[in-house]
Design a binder for this molecule. Sequence first.
Ligand SMILES: Cc1cc2nc3c(=O)[nH]c(=O)nc-3n(C[C@H](O)[C@H](O)[C@H](O)COP(=O)(O)OP(=O)(O)OC[C@H]3O[C@@H](n4cnc5c(N)ncnc54)[C@H](O)[C@@H]3O)c2cc1C
Length: 528
Amino acid sequence: MNPTGKRYADIVVVGSGAAGMTVSLLLADHYHVTLVSKDQLASGNTPKAQGGIAAAMGPHDNPKQHAEDTWRTGSVLVNKKTARHITSQAPHIIHWLLDKGVPFDRNDTGVIDLALEAGHRHRRIVHCYDATGSAVTSILEQHIRCHPNIEVLEKHMAIDILTTRSNAGMHCTGIDLWYQTRNTILRYHAPMVVLATGGAGQLYASTTNPPEACGDGIAMAYRAGCRLSNMEFVQFHPTCLYQSGGRALLLSEALRGEGARLLDLAGHSFLKQYDERAELAPRDTLSRAIVQHLQATETPHIWLDISHKPEVWLKRRFPTLVARLKSLGYDMVHDPVPITPAAHYMCGGVLTDYQGLTDLPGLACIGESACTGLHGANRLASNSLLECFTMAFDLAAIIPKRMASFKRYHQESDDPSHHRQQLSGKETLKQHQALQECMTKNFGVIRNDADMRSGLDMMAVIGNSVHKSHGLPGADDIRSTLEWENLNLVAHAVAQSAMARRKNIGAHFNEDLKTHDSTIHTPSILSR
Ligand SMILES: Cc1cc2nc3c(=O)[nH]c(=O)nc-3n(C[C@H](O)[C@H](O)[C@H](O)COP(=O)(O)OP(=O)(O)OC[C@H]3O[C@@H](n4cnc5c(N)ncnc54)[C@H](O)[C@@H]3O)c2cc1C
C-alpha cells in the first residue's frame, strides 16, 4: 500500500500520554505540532495512573533525598546525574500542572496533600484522590484541543520511522502513519519526530496496562537503528486484583502507604520473612516475596487488607478504587481483597539522554518508551509521571537550539528510505496469547536459565506459526498484525537482555544465579 500523500510538519509527536501531550503544548508556542495517537487522545497508561507524582515538597524533604531514594530503589544502575536533575525539577512540574488547572488534593489547611508510597522516606506523592492520571489527562486534553498550533490526529497509528543517509550520517526525516478509519497510509515529513508511545505491558498475560501498550515506539526506534537499554527490567506491580488473566486492576501503592496489610491465605502476615521493610519494601522485592510465598504455599493469591481503616476515610481517599472493586464484586471497605503481582512498567526502552535525544538525529523519545537511566533496575513509585513531564520540558527547551541543524539534514536528505512496503493482515490472536503465556512463564518475576532458553525457542515456534489471513484484511487484522510484530521484537529484546545479565539486580531475578548482587553492574545495551 503506497502512501496516499506527502504531508509536512515542523514536529510530529507520536503518543498522547503525559509525555506526548506535555511536549506538544510546550512546543506549540514556537512550532506547528502534529500530535498523533493510535486511539483517542486519552489513551495509554497515563489516564490509568492512580497514586500520583513524586515531588519533594514536604517541610522536611528535599530533591537530594528524593534522588537518593530513587537510586536506593533502582540500584547502581540508576544514572545519578539524571536522577538529581529530574527530582530537582519536580516542584516546578507540580506548579506548572497547578497553573494548567490540575486539582491536586489539599489538606484542611489548604496545603497540597502528600501521600506516602513504598521506597520514599517522606510523604511526597502529589495526587488527585486515587485517580491522578485521569485528572491530569483531562486538563491537558482541554488545553491541547483548543491550541491553534496543534493538529490532533486520533486513530492514526505510527508504523515506521523514515530515515535517510546524508553526508552527516543517518537521520530521521519523518514518519509513516496508518489512518485506521480509512485504511490509508500518510507520510509525514518533519525535521523532528518525538516518540512518546508508552510501555509494553501487553507482552504479558496479566498486566495493568491497556491494550494499546504494545511497545510500538521501542520497536520502531530499534528498526530505525536506535539502541535499546535495560530491557530485562520489567517491573511487576505487587498488588493487582487476582483475576484469571487479562487486564489486572492495580491496587495503588498508596494503599500500603496508608497502612494496608498483605496477608497470606491463612491470614498471616508473612513479608518480614523476606524483607524487614515488609509492606513498604520496593516493588521488585515485594513481587518476588509474594511469588516465592505463593509457590511455597501452593496458593493462587494473597490478601490485601485495609478494612481496619474507617469507612468514611477510605471512601474519601480511594473513591475510584472502592467503586471499581465494588463493580467487580469486592468490598475493600469491609473485606480483604485477593491480589497477585502483574506486569506493570518497562524500566528499559529506547536509549536516550535525559532530554530524550536518541542515537538518530531528528528523533527523540520521551516517557515510558525511553530509557534515561532514571529508574535503573527498578522504578521508584510515582517517578514515572515525573519523568514524563520533566523530559517533555527538557526536550522542548533543547529543540529550538537544534532545529536549524535538524532542518539542514532534512533539506540535504535524499528520498527517505521507508521500512514497510505494504500492510498485511495476519492471524495473530492465538500467537499473541501464546507469546504472552511464554513471557509470563519464562521471563516473569522469577526466571531461570532453562526456562529462558526454552522461552526463546518457543518464541521462534510461535513466530513461525503466523499465517496470512484469508481474504482482504480488515482494519482490526492490520492493527493486530502491526502490534504483534512490535511485541514480538520487544519480547526478543527482553529475552536477550535477561539471558545476558549474569547477576541479579532489581527487577531481574534468575534463581540459578543465587545471589542478589548490587555492586558491579552496567546498563544492558542492544543494537541492531
Ligand atoms: C494502572 C497504572 C497505574 C499507574 N500509576 C502511576 C502513578 O501513580 N504514578 C506514576 O508516576 N506512574 C504511574 N503509572 C505509570 C505511568 O502511568 C506511565 O508510565 C506513564 O503514564 C507513561 O506515560 P507516557 O506518556 O510515556 O505513555 P502513555 O501514557 O502510555 O501514552 C502512550 C500514548 O501513545 C499512543 N501510542 C502507542 N503506540 C502508538 C503508535 N504506534 N502510534 C500512535 N500512537 C501510539 C497511545 O495511544 C497513547 O496515547 C501507572 C501505570 C498504570 C498502568
